[in-house]
Design a protein around this ligand. Structure first.
Ligand SMILES: NC(=O)c1ccc[n+]([C@@H]2O[C@H](COP(=O)([O-])OP(=O)(O)OC[C@H]3O[C@@H](n4cnc5c(N)ncnc54)[C@H](OP(=O)(O)O)[C@@H]3O)[C@@H](O)[C@H]2O)c1
Length: 376
């Protein structure tokens, strides 16, 4: 069984390496189109919805260090009218040159005036879909939209599922991209090369940092409730990321793949540490599993296969757009054990959005992004 695209109309982009150079050629991957072609705009002017939230703040931070992305409009209902340096933590007001926050209702006029051309939506689930229905001129008029919520990950309204390691070819020509969820990003990258061997339900267990729950204050995410403990939540099949992951795996496998999920809140600000186990359809030795992962990820700038007996940790990917992956098999090769670590706010959200924008804009895929992490 060879990996296939979740979207039946077109194949996965160059399965087995995403069109990148094969393993062991000793050259830096030629990420993205990156050919400096005349079709690539010099700058994209971004309107950032949900700029005051955690993924919005992270996107702003990454954009400030990006040579081609400009923050042209920052939306916050709470902070409308205030200078960005007053509410965007860490911004250096001497050099940022950022606009004041505006209410989302101002965006249509700003688009009409040519202030921005690209929309990045860092809103809670349902909020961008509702706003887009209310304001079709905004939803239709922006040259590019990247939505970080779960509203369009099923392909609704023509959005493409934006996992670059699977779909970079199609992302390059897309104008509407749905950024994958943080857990599905880590789980898909942990499982992708093993899909041809899967022989039964996949069980995913993951620790998440508390920023994964967003910025709004809740009792559950308060310091006293969290400090010194960890808590399972929505374990089973009820988490919204289960259908997202099942859809991707089924598309790759060409048949349904059942997923069980045990998410856990851990007392750390950011990071996802995930393990996935599954029965295999045939015995696969640890060496064969490793070789397949090495080959699949050989050209991937933002996926790193760890050495045997090395396991991912959140600390080393903190602040980076990298996903660290490890794999082995157990019980005579009949059980897969794969693991991944990402920063939920970077590879799991804002960094992946930048990666997608780089592709959509015809720029090198790693432009403005780092694969270096940590240490704290
Ligand atoms: N956190 C993560 O690790 C992560 C990872 C991957 C994907 N995501 C997804 O990314 C999206 C944003 O997550 P987040 O963690 O950044 O959330 P967040 O911290 O709660 O921020 C969302 C921001 O959106 C604004 N907002 C809320 N409701 C709105 C509405 N109805 N209309 C307009 N603006 C509204 C709020 O700012 P104002 O009140 O100032 O307007 C809020 O600060 C979510 O869909 C989430 O599922 C999050």
């Amino acid at each position: 069984m060879s990996p296939r695209s979740p979207e039946t109309a077109a194949p996965v982009d160059a399965a087995g390496g995403g069109g990148f150079p094969a393993a062991g050629r000793g050259e830096r991957p030629a990420v993205g189109r990156g050919d400096g072609s005349a079709a690539s705009p010099v700058h994209a002017r971004i309107a950032l919805l949900g700029a005051a939230g955690y993924t919005g703040q992270e996107f702003a931070r990454l954009t400030l260090a990006h040579p081609g992305l400009e923050l042209a409009a920052l939306c916050s209902r709470e902070h409308a009218g205030r200078p960005a340096c007053e509410w965007l933590p860490g911004v250096d007001p001497r050099v940022a040159g950022l606009p004041r926050a505006v209410d989302p209702s101002a965006l249509e006029a700003l688009l009409e005036d040519g202030v921005f051309d690209t929309l990045v939506c860092c809103l809670p689930h349902g909020a961008w879909a509702a706003l887009a229905a209310e304001r079709p001129a905004l939803a239709d008029g922006a040259a590019r939209i990247v939505d970080l919520s779960g509203d369009h990950r099923d392909g609704a309204r023509g959005y493409l599922y934006g996992l670059p390691e699977l779909f970079r070819g199609r992302i390059r020509s897309a104008t509407r991209v749905a950024n994958p969820g943080c857990y599905p990003t880590a789980a898909t990258l942990a499982l992708l090369p093993a899909v041809p061997w899967l022989g039964g339900p996949v069980m995913v267990s993951a620790l998440s940092g508390v920023s994964g729950a967003g910025r709004a204050a809740t009792l559950r995410t308060s310091f006293v409730e969290l400090d010194g403990g960890a808590a399972l939540y929505r374990a089973g099949t009820g988490h919204a990321h289960v259908p997202e992951l099942e859809r991707t795996l089924a598309g790759l496998a060409g048949k349904p793949v059942a997923v069980g999920f045990a998410p856990q809140l851990a007392p750390m600000a950011r990071g996802i540490l995930l393990t996935a186990t599954a029965p295999l359809a045939r015995p696969v030795s640890p060496e064969e599993a490793r070789a397949a992962y090495l080959e699949r990820y050989a050209g991937e700038r933002f996926v790193r296969l760890l050495d045997p007996d090395e396991w991912p940790e959140t600390r080393s990917v903190r602040g980076s757009n990298r996903c660290d992956v490890a794999v082995t098999t157990l019980h005579g090769g009949t059980t897969l054990l794969a693991a991944a670590a990402i920063d939920n706010l970077v590879k799991g959200a804002a960094g992946q959005a930048v990666q997608n924008l780089n592709l959509m804009l015809g720029w090198p895929e790693d432009r403005g992004l780092t694969s270096h992490g940590g240490p704290w």
